[in-house]
Design a binder for this molecule. Structure first.
Ligand code: SAH
Ligand code: SF4
Length: 344
């Protein structure tokens, strides 16, 4: 493993301090980061406005290594491209380029695997390997850009529970969001969470404002507990109250993600609970029909039932969308990330 700190997990401020300590002038930090984030150049030898002895000093201290390998798998419908990234320690993570009407979104991973163990999720089934550090989060965007994808939107809906990797997540977000970095606006970054109370409290305390998506599972504690073990310590009633507090502070958008599992959370009663939650939080509901897999013990619902549920929600006056399953043939749809870990 490389002992040097990765340049891709370093903010401008930190880099300036590091460079000052090395006897270099702070503006060199801006030059280096501008090569990386504005000109897509990651080879220090190609940074032509920096002198050779300074380049040598920098590369002795910081690592410019990227992922060991990045494998691209396009879906048949060409609406998604899965990137399987091999990290320096040979762990594999996945992220997905999603082609929307007018822009490209990157569905990004925050952990290798996931410890939360939601029973309908392939990443959960794959188990937890480790947290990603900020550089490994940023590098997913960097590698996508190197491949020519002009990413404008980020959703933390890949592998892992982002709010269980809070510190590294927000260093990465600073780099992705800053004008000296990738300059992706906060309104274009969404963190999806299964509802980890301690971190939602921290979002409030730290005065962070990002768009959140909350993975509901079920609005009822008993059902939720069966499919999302996180419910035991992070009861949905408390989570909903804290999300309500958070939204009041920042007027941010909240989406409720609802993965439909046949005969588990698709009854009229369950959907009523979801509607009430959406109204309380003034949130949009995003229905996701389960992406089935042989390792997941649930079935999706049929398309007529999905339409009925959508209509019921609409006629109750709540906003609702149905997530189109991009890239299902390459196991790149949400909750299907982890195939490359399981098959290893
Ligand atoms: N850990 C975070 C983000 C990653 S999961 C979270 O749970 O929110 C991203 C979304 O995929 C979540 O809304 C999750 O409920 C959904 N999901 C997980 N497994 C799925 C599956 N098999 N089919 C459809 N959606 C799934
Ligand atoms: Fe982890 Fe999210 Fe999957 Fe649950 S749904 S196991 S929190 S990645």
């Amino acid at each position: 493993m490389n002992e040097k700190k990765s340049i891709y997990g370093t903010t401008l401020e930190t880099l300036k301090v590091t460079f000052s300590g090395m006897g270099l002038r702070p503006f060199v930090a801006s030059q280096v980061l501008s090569w990386i984030y504005k000109k897509n150049v990651t080879d220090v030898r190609r940074m032509t406005n920096i002198s050779n002895d300074v380049k040598l000093k920098i590369s002795q201290r910081l690592s410019f290594d990227r992922f060991k390998s990045v494998q691209q798998i396009p879906s048949e419908d060409e609406l998604a491209v899965k990137l399987i990234c091999e990290l320096q320690d040979a762990q594999k993570i996945e992220c997905v380029v999603l082609k929307e009407k007018s822009h490209l979104t990157l569905c990004i991973s925050s952990q290798a695997g996931c410890p939360v163990d939601c029973k309908f999720c392939l990443t959960g089934v794959a188990g937890f390997k480790r947290n990603l550090d900020a550089s490994e989060i940023v590098m997913q965007v960097l590698e996508a850009k190197q491949l020519g994808f002009d990413i404008k939107n980020l959703v933390f809906m890949g592998m892992g529970e982002p709010l269980l990797n809070y510190d590294q997540l927000f260093i990465a977000i600073e780099i992705l969001n800053s004008d000296w970095g990738y300059n992706i606006g906060a309104r274009h970054i969404t963190i999806s969470t299964s509802g980890y109370l301690a971190s939602i409290n921290r979002l409030i305390k730290d005065n962070r404002f990002v768009n959140l998506a909350f993975s509901v599972g079920s609005a009822f504690p008993v059902t939720r507990n069966q499919i999302m073990p996180i419910e035991a310590r992070n009861p949905i009633l408390k989570v909903a109250r804290r999300l309500h507090d958070y939204l009041k502070l920042h007027n941010r958008k909240l989406t409720l993600e609802y993965t439909l599992l046949q005969s588990v959370n698709d009854s009229v009663f369950e959907i009523e609970g979801l509607i009430n939650l959406a109204k309380y939080l003034d949130a949009k509901i995003n229905l996701i029909n389960l992406n089935p897999h042989e390792k997941i013990p649930f079935k999706p619902i049929d398309s007529d039932s999905l339409s009925l549920i959508k209509e019921r929600i609409q006629s109750a006056g709540a906003r609702v969308t149905v997530r189109f399953k991009k890239g299902q043939d390459i196991a790149a749809a949400c909750g299907q990330l982890g195939e490359s870990i399981i098959s290893n």
